[in-house]
Write a protein that binds this ligand. Structure first.
Ligand code: XIL
Length: 303
């Protein structure tokens, strides 16, 4: 294949990008590259809790629906992101607690997954629920304070609403096998599989930089999770840097995925460097003019 999506498809994988829906109609360089290179899209913000339920019980799917229809027109699939998260909650939810919050979260999961039923390849059901550092503990949040079982409750609600979507747990800093956070997520997934909690996949955000480089044991991490009986996916890849050093790091990530049969796809978190959420830097595969970078060539060569 001469594009990322066709090359990935040769091994039955997908290659995706995060999409800012407003740019699809306002920026033809952006939409042209996105349609040409990718066969999976994630809404960068438009399916998050604050976007889809701005007022309690009042749902807004307009931007999410635009992305789904654009994807369908272009023969692409959609990753749903994210049903439950401590961040980007609507204001009304941020100060809720206890049973009221638990019920509001479950209703949100049910309503949003039902609205998009049949149109989502995989949902990030729960995003970023573990703490950084050496504790291996859950992250403190209003959702966590409703009880340790909030994650499995969210997964059960999502399964009931859209039985055909793969259901993923998604997090960052879970790439290095030796990190406490990685072990903690691994143990949760192992427990879920043992108890029949519906989970199908684990997403690795993979936001890398010089302080958080691609670990040399990345393949081990992906394989160990896959061996629990779940798919693994690289869900938000970006790597700060430039030139051949950046290209080599991208190569390492793609090689790790390609070496794990249950690594079903890779998503980069944006199209051009100028589209990146990162405040500075050049972490993506296309430069700000839409030209292919060395990192692009390096990725394509590994697929
Ligand atoms: C980011 C978006 O890219 C930004 O536009 C937004 O302002 C903040 O969120 N982890 C995630 C993503 O799971 O949803 C985040 O996306 C990046 C970190």
């Amino acid at each position: 294949g001469s594009t990322l999506d066709t090359a990935a498809a040769e091994s039955n994988r997908y290659f995706g990008t995060a999409i800012a829906v407003s740019r699809l109609s306002s920026d033809s360089t952006y939409s042209t590259i996105a349609a040409r290179e990718f066969n999976m899209v994630t809404a960068e913000n438009e399916m998050k809790m604050d976007a889809t339920e701005p007022n309690q019980g009042q749902f807004n799917y307009s931007s999410g629906d635009r992305l789904v229809s654009w994807a369908r027109q272009n023969g692409m699939q959609v990753r749903g992101h994210a049903l439950a998260w401590h961040s980007q909650q609507p204001g009304w939810m941020q100060n809720m607690s206890g049973t009221a919050l638990r019920n509001a979260m479950l209703n949100h999961v049910t309503q949003v997954a039902t609205h998009f039923k049949g149109q989502i390849y995989a949902w990030d059901v729960v995003n970023e629920a573990f703490a950084d550092g050496s504790s291996g503990a859950r992250r403190d949040s209003n959702l966590q304070r409703t009880g340790n079982d909030w994650i499995e409750a969210a997964f059960r609600a999502a399964r009931a609403a859209d039985p055909n979507a793969k259901l993923c747990y998604n997090d960052y800093n879970t790439d290095n096998w030796n990190h406490a956070k990685t072990q903690a997520v691994y143990n949760m997934v192992k427990d879920f599989k043992a108890r029949g909690v519906p989970i199908d996949c684990v997403g690795f955000q993979a936001h890398f930089n010089s302080g958080n480089p691609v670990p040399s044991n990345y393949h081990t991490t992906l394989q160990n999770f896959a061996d629990l009986g779940v798919d693994v996916q690289i869900t938000e890849l970006d790597i700060e840097g430039s030139g051949s050093s950046q290209a080599d790091q991208y190569k390492g990530v793609i090689q790790a995925c390609m070496a794990v049969s249950r690594c079903t796809g890779v998503t980069v978190w944006g199209v051009r460097d100028s589209d990146s959420w990162r405040a500075s830097g050049t972490p993506l595969l296309f430069d700000s003019y839409g030209n292919k970078k060395a990192a692009y060539t390096s990725v394509l060569g590994q697929l």
